[in-house]
Design a protein around this ligand. Sequence first.
Ligand code: ADP
Ligand code: MG
Length: 567
Amino acid sequence: MPAQDVASQRRWGRISEQRAGQLQRQVQAKEERIVELETENAVLHLRLAQYRGTSGKGAGAAAQLCSRCPEREPPRRSAALAAPQLWRRVQALKQDTEALRASSLEVFRACREHLQDGLSEVVAAVQRAPLCHEALLAWQSKAGRLERSLQEASARYELERQKRKLLHNRLVELKGNVRVHCRIRPLLPSDEEFDGQASRDSSAPAGVVHAVDDETVLVRWDRPAHRSIHKTYSFERVYGPAESQQVVFADVCPLLTSLLDGYNVCILAYGQTGCGKSYTMLGPLSKDERGDLGIVPRAAGELFRLISENPSRSLKVDVSIVEVYNDNILDLLANERRPAVSGPPWEVPMTKATKREVLPPTRAPVRSAEDFVALAAGSLRFRARRATRVHASSSRSHLVMTATVTAAPAGGSPEDGQSLGPQLQGRPAGGRASPGSPGAQRAGEQVHAKLQLVDLAGSECAGVSGVTGAALRETSFINRSLAALADVLGALAEHRDHIPYRNSQLTRVLQDVLGGDAKLLVILCVSPCRKHVAETLRVLGFGAQARHVQRGPAGGGGDATRKPRNQ
Ligand code: ADP
Ligand code: MG
């Protein structure tokens, strides 16, 4: 039964009860009035009898007086005069009494009619009650049926949504698009809005950036004196502030299976400083830090778990960790080559003849996830950081961790294998990967696939972060390299002939994953705060642009069903 009908049944029942009560009270009042009137009537009868007695006595006394004093005429006359007066008063009282009786009768009749009406209404209501109850039961069962069909429809909708999502992902894959996820960080005690929001109902949406569903972000800010902001963006996945590191990694995890299937994979965190890039990518790496693990340690665990599932493949992993600081590439694993952050201990020059990158960074072999994490944690001690107004420990460099998975050559051990990856040795520098790669594997090449985990430095507005001097120079380099990244993505999205990779060291380092056919996942990290809204809109715009990039042979209208390297 629809809730509306149940409510109207209940309302009707209440009205009937109220009406019966009213009538009962009216009848009671009328009965009391009748008793009062009857009492008055009796009193009046009594008084009439008294008057009659008095007038009788008066007439008797007058007659006596007249008989005793036959000579005194005047008293007899006055008694004779008083008698008609009394008579008239008696008549008037009689009339009053009659009128009273008539009106009492009228009231009584009216009361009786009301009472009868009320009673018949009550009887009718009582007779209807079982019918209402039946109708109620019928409505209830109808409501149950509707609820069940709603649940079924919701389940079917969810199924269709999941199917659509899978198909969309497949489409993204076939087109060679960049996957873009967006994560909204929670409000932090350091945020201006935190106090206001924390004191309010916790269910109220905080900040101005909201996850409408798991694919849509809404930026909404109704500003009294300015134009309101109301913009939505769609991405492959959107994480609300409450979503955990585990949930974020669950969506990243399938990419590691792709890695072992022979695809190159790059996961890149992009966003304003202080919006959760390092939290998402790294989380706490050393035991002294508290919090939930980020993508790097979880990916390391999953990588070695997958490798251990198939020991016969003899895969080995080498790790290199570099940072791009002030447009210099610094090798974080070659401590002796890194005297200070002021000078580049090594660079990635591009030779005109080959357009290939040479001089790879130090690569350390790792045999377990723990080794990987310890290496990452150790190298991060050297990463450039600085306190700004926006972030107390702002990363001032782009961090690129690369895990190269190599396979043992047929009949040999992994250690015999050539460890340099095609990205560093033999891949073309153009925007598109060569046909067939990474599916194609050249003779003698042992590189299986490469995983790049990138924690970019945050874009920032110098006015907001309040930096000066060396920090301002860093900010300028960071913003320039991020602008170069956006330019590269823009050129790729528009299928331009010239892709400006060489405009910054960051785009040079990421050239293969940006222009090649690696599986590239960009995680946009945004703050929900009002004061960061301009930067948030810029970051979301970057993500929307990145989604339009189509790379690889499929993007160029080539083979959309390319195969992974080793299949
Ligand atoms: P970024 O690397 O983008 O400059 P950080 O990752 O260092 O920013 O995050 C800034 C602060 O916000 C850190 O204190 C971090 O712990 C916190 N933070 C970021 N994202 C989250 C989140 N999803 N949940 C809880 N805290 C977060
Ligand atoms: Mg950071």
